[in-house]
Design a protein around this ligand. Structure first.
Ligand SMILES: [Zn+2]
Length: 190
């Protein structure tokens, strides 16, 4: 079991930056603590992608951020984060075989859960884009095949469009909301 890996998995870069007083703005940037600047140019990335400053070139993962911020060693940084975020990792402590087994089990469980969430997200994305494509196809048909006069026989594609477009629009809206909600949920969990 690698504590650093586990810390990187459990904490997002945004969590860590916020916790230490650097709340990212809406675009995901903070004022770089590693060089003097007026406009925020340090980008906080999602998941485990860490940070990068476009001003001074500083970059790395969550642990590197804490090391640089407090000028401390790798070992000190993981110990500090373990405490500050209540991660309960037995860093520097002797652990029993049973505790070790339990940690490995929890680790496997976490990875399984993350994989499931990722699959769920991909399924949701696909569904959203299918609805999106269908909606725009119907929207096009509605306009393109509309009867030009009162006595013109309506085109089957026009009929299909007006019969289905509201329902597809509704499904598209639902899919979008669900995607947004799950995105929020994921950010909370990680
Ligand atoms: Zn910088």
């Amino acid at each position: 079991m690698n504590y650093a890996e586990e810390i990187k998995e459990r904490l997002t870069m945004a969590d860590v930056a916020s916790r230490y007083g650097h709340e990212p703005n809406r675009a995901g940037f903070i004022n770089c603590p590693f060089h003097k600047e007026k406009t925020s140019s340090l980008k906080i990335y999602d998941g485990d992608k860490g940070f990068h400053c476009f001003g001074c070139g500083a970059g790395g993962d969550v642990i590197k951020f804490v090391m640089m911020l407090y000028s401390i060693s790798f070992e000190q940084a993981i110990t500090k984060m373990n405490g500050d975020f209540n991660l309960m990792l037995p860093i520097g402590k002797k652990i029993s075989v049973a505790q070790r087994r339990e940690m490995i089990r929890a680790d496997i469980e976490r990875k399984k859960k993350r994989k499931q969430q990722e699959e769920e997200r991909q399924k949701q994305d696909k569904y959203f884009w299918d609805c999106f494509d269908e909606y725009h196809r119907l929207e096009f048909q509605k306009v393109h095949y509309a009867p030009k006069s009162m006595d013109e026989e309506p085109h089957p594609l026009f009929i299909e469009a007006i019969q289905n477009i509201s329902e597809v629009r509704y499904r598209l809206d639902c899919a979008e909301i669900e995607r947004w909600m799950n995105g929020k949920e994921r950010n909370k969990n990680t």
